[in-house]
Every structure is written in structure tokens, then in C-alpha cells.
Design a protein around this ligand. Structure first.
Ligand SMILES: CC(C)(COP(=O)(O)OP(=O)(O)OC[C@H]1O[C@@H](n2cnc3c(N)ncnc32)[C@H](O)[C@@H]1OP(=O)(O)O)[C@@H](O)C(=O)NCCC(=O)NCCS
Length: 226
């Protein structure tokens, strides 16, 4: 668990930009409305140079830039570069930064309703109006966007991703890196294989093999995740 210093705000660097990075920033701002927990230092981004929502770009996503901030134990990171286009290609970059897992922030929007026994890992963001039911387990570097419902006992392994307005049924297993687009429903007990992908609006009623892309209702295989 992240150590909370009651007297000082923790500092946060968001690795990313417009898109997932700004969604993360909104969650941080919502948290701060209730309890001043995070001081956002800015973003690390390879392409942007102009401030994003008033916060500066402090450098590129490179180890030498990260190392400067790692020296300050009060600085935490959020890695928001996960996306449907990148799929697992973001991993080498994340690993090259060599940031200890414990230095990644876990961000939960205050409007999310989360059962007491839910476990949530490092570097994970849970967005506004989500509902996560009992016995669910959410790993590290998981992004769950707005209005997602996760039913009892679901397992979302590391790097899995759930876009807005989706429903993850009871005891569903999302393996490492499994990606669910917006407004997807997954039937209970279904397993999404490693780095599999369900496109927007899919209704997934049976297991999806690893590295496989499905769409539609009921979902059908349209290809591989490359
Ligand atoms: C699935 C997805 C990734 C597209 O994958 P793709 O391999 O590029 O697929 P294509 O666009 O080449 O389409 C292949 C076929 O699937 C169909 N298809 C694609 N996405 C579909 C969807 N979501 N629902 C139904 N059918 C879909 C296409 O119409 C096409 O059908 P056809 O062969 O009969 O013409 C994309 O449609 C999607 O849903 N992305 C998720 C968006 C998202 O998550 N955004 C971020 C939110 S934070």
C-alpha cells in the first residue's frame, strides 16, 4: 500500500497526455476536492510541449527524466499510455523506466462505489461512477473508465483495460492486458485471454483466446492482436 503522509500532499507525475492522461487528471482533481492528497507536477510526454489543462510537460518519457523525480520519495507516477492502438507495445517503454511498482499511484475517484474486500493494485485508476463488487481483484496498471460495473469475484489482471460504460460479469477473468472497449458486456465466468480485445459494444458470451480480437453481439472473432 502507498504510504500516506498526512501533513504533505504527495506529488504526481502523469506519464501520458491528452486522452487517458487527462482522464487520470480529472480523477486526481476529484480526489483533491474531498481531501488534498495530490499535487500534480505535470506530464511526461514524447510529443506534446504545450501545457495540458494548465499543467506543464516536464520532459520526455525517458529514464534520465524519470530518475530525476525518483530521487524525491514523495513523487509518484501514473502511466497512462495504455491504448487500443498500442496494445502490448507500451510494455517495453514502461519497463525501461525502471520505476518501482510502489512508486505508482493508485487513483480511485471518490464517486466510485467499491466493496470493502476489493483489492486494487499499483498504477491503477478507477474513474467516476464505477461500481466494483465484492471479492473482485484488480491488478497493477489497470485502467477502468467511467460508469463501469464489475460484478462479484471478477479478476482483472495486470495491464487490463475497461473503457467506459462496460459491464464485467461475475467471476469473469480478464487475463494480463485484456482490453475491453466502450459499452461491452461480458457474461459471467467468461475468460478474456492474455492481450485479447473486445471491440466497442461487444457482447462476449464465451471465452476469448489470447491475442484474439472479437466484436459484435454475440461477439465473433475478427482477427489477432498483433
Ligand atoms: C475492434 C476495433 C479495435 C477495430 O479493429 P480492426 O481490426 O481495426 O477492425 P476493422 O475496423 O478492420 O473491422 C473489421 C470488421 O469488424 C467490424 N467491426 C469493427 N469494430 C466493430 C465493432 N466494435 N462492432 C461491430 N463490428 C465491428 C467491421 O465493420 C468490419 O466488418 P466487415 O469485415 O464485415 O466489414 C474497433 O472497432 C474498436 O471497437 N475499438 C475500441 C475503441 C476504443 O476502445 N476506444 C477507446 C475508448 S477509451
Amino acid at each position: 500500500m502507498i504510504k500516506i503522509n498526512k501533513f504533505e500532499m504527495k506529488k504526481l507525475l502523469i506519464i501520458g497526455g491528452k486522452g487517458n492522461g487527462t482522464l487520470v487528471l480529472t480523477v486526481v482533481e476529484n480526489i483533491n476536492k474531498f481531501h488534498k492528497e495530490w499535487e500534480v507536477l505535470g506530464f511526461l510526454n514524447d510529443r506534446e510541449v504545450d501545457p495540458i489543462m494548465g499543467f506543464p510537460i516536464l520532459g520526455k518519457v525517458e529514464p534520465n527524466v524519470v530518475n530525476k523525480y525518483l530521487k524525491d520519495p514523495e513523487v509518484y507516477f501514473f502511466y497512462a499510455l495504455i491504448s487500443v492502438k498500442l496494445n502490448f507495445n507500451f510494455l517495453p517503454k514502461l519497463e525501461s523506466l525502471k520505476i518501482p511498482r510502489t512508486r505508482f499511484a493508485t487513483l480511485v475517484d471518490p464517486s466510485a462505489v467499491i466493496a470493502n474486500n476489493v483489492k486494487i493494485g499499483y498504477g491503477t485508476c478507477i474513474s467516476p461512477l464505477c461500481c466494483i463488487n465484492s471479492y473482485s481483484r484488480i491488478g497493477d496498471f489497470v485502467q477502468i473508465w467511467s460508469q463501469v460495473i464489475i460484478a462479484t469475484g471478477a479478476i482483472l489482471k495486470n495491464y487490463s483495460y475497461v473503457a467506459a460504460n462496460s459491464y464485467i460479469g461475475a467471476y469473469v477473468e480478464m487475463s494480463e492486458g485484456a482490453y475491453v472497449g466502450p459499452s461491452v458486456s461480458i457474461l459471467e465466468f467468461v475468460k478474456m485471454g492474455k492481450w485479447s480485445l473486445a471491440g466497442m459494444g461487444s457482447v462476449v458470451v464465451k471465452d476469448v483466446p489470447e491475442y484474439t480480437k472479437v466484436v459484435g453481439n454475440p461477439s465473433r472473432i475478427i482477427g489477432e492482436v498483433k
